[in-house]
Design a protein around this ligand. Sequence first.
Ligand code: NAG
Ligand code: NAG
Length: 378
Amino acid sequence: MISSITLVNIMVFFLLNLVWGAGTSPTGDARTKNEPRAFFVFGDSLVDNGNNNFLLTTARADSPPYGIDYVSHRPTGRFSNGRNIPDLIGEQIGVDPLLPYLDPELNGKKLLNGANFASAGIGILNDTGFQFVNIIRMPRQLAFFEAYQKRVEAIIGTKKTKKLVNEALVLVTCGGNDFVNNYYLVRNSFRSFQYKLPEYVQLLTREYQKILMRLYTLGARKVLVTATGPLGCAPSVIALRSRKGECATELQQAADLFNPQVTAMTGLLNKKLGSNVFISIEAHHIFYDFITKPKAFGNDMGCAGFEVTNKACCGQGRYNGLGLCTALSNLCPDRAKYVYWDGYHPTERANRLVVQEIFNGAKYMKPMNLSILMSMNA
Ligand SMILES: *[C@@H]1O[C@H](CO)[C@@H](O)[C@H](O)[C@H]1NC(C)=O
Ligand SMILES: *[C@@H]1O[C@H](CO)[C@@H](O)[C@H](O)[C@H]1NC(C)=O
């Protein structure tokens, strides 16, 4: 059965294809089907699509049951049962699925589609995720973006490369690990000894701003920015810090402090630049709505609302949130009823609903949703 929401999606999809596929660029050149828009992704495991498969690290999602509902039904390195947020955004704007930057398959004409530079375990700070040893921290993701542009220049020249990057859509997602895998990783962590929470949040916001300005310098002009989800509500956090399955206070407090500051920071950057380069996605509110009003999300994928919000689909122990998701874990049969796939990462269904909000939402997209951004740049 095709629900009305699916129909609306199909319509939006065609509309967007019209806007993106056949519109004209700001420089007035006709954009043709052969000249698709590029898409670039930076950040952590919420958006990594397999870079860590090529690294010696424990932060990886390359064995079953990861990918169980993916197109191939195989693990790919995505931290979900199926598609992640970049996959679903990419589908709607009509770009081919991105390859991880480290994938040897990413060469020649395929480079013009864009690339995914994200790496699970990283944070805004260089010391975040130190236990994962070999991951691509933010400065290196940005250096790879620079190297990428050199490679594209060799194919289409400097001018066209600049245009491709200027017109591309960019997604940046980081910050969660700076709390979960740094400040709150152990009691009396170095960072929590060094900073009170409000000061730490200010440090992260300042450093995030530097990352965004570096992206701007490298040519990015349409940048979706997310910070963290509702950290205290992740099953891995609930398993360790909650008494009865409610969201854990300390990490919720951190998310409540940090996320609005990121939105405010991107707003100030836009003012300074005189242009809406940065779009803040308030993902922490979007997810919090799934948790507090699970029944309000119905009809997509033929589903009623979410039924399980504080347990992971794949895991073990309290709230199925302890340890890693492996072939030996408990696995829920009906993934669409769950907000969380593993202790920390959302199911494809939750990702899909987030992406709907990114395109069409009015409340949690600052200063505008992606449909509006794209029609403005048509
Ligand atoms: C992280 O490391 C890079 C160099 O690799 C450095 O430029 C940057 O300032 C560092 N960031 C912080 C917050 O220390
Ligand atoms: C996008 O945002 C605008 C303004 O907030 C809102 O009016 C609109 O309904 C949203 N959705 C679409 C598809 O434009």
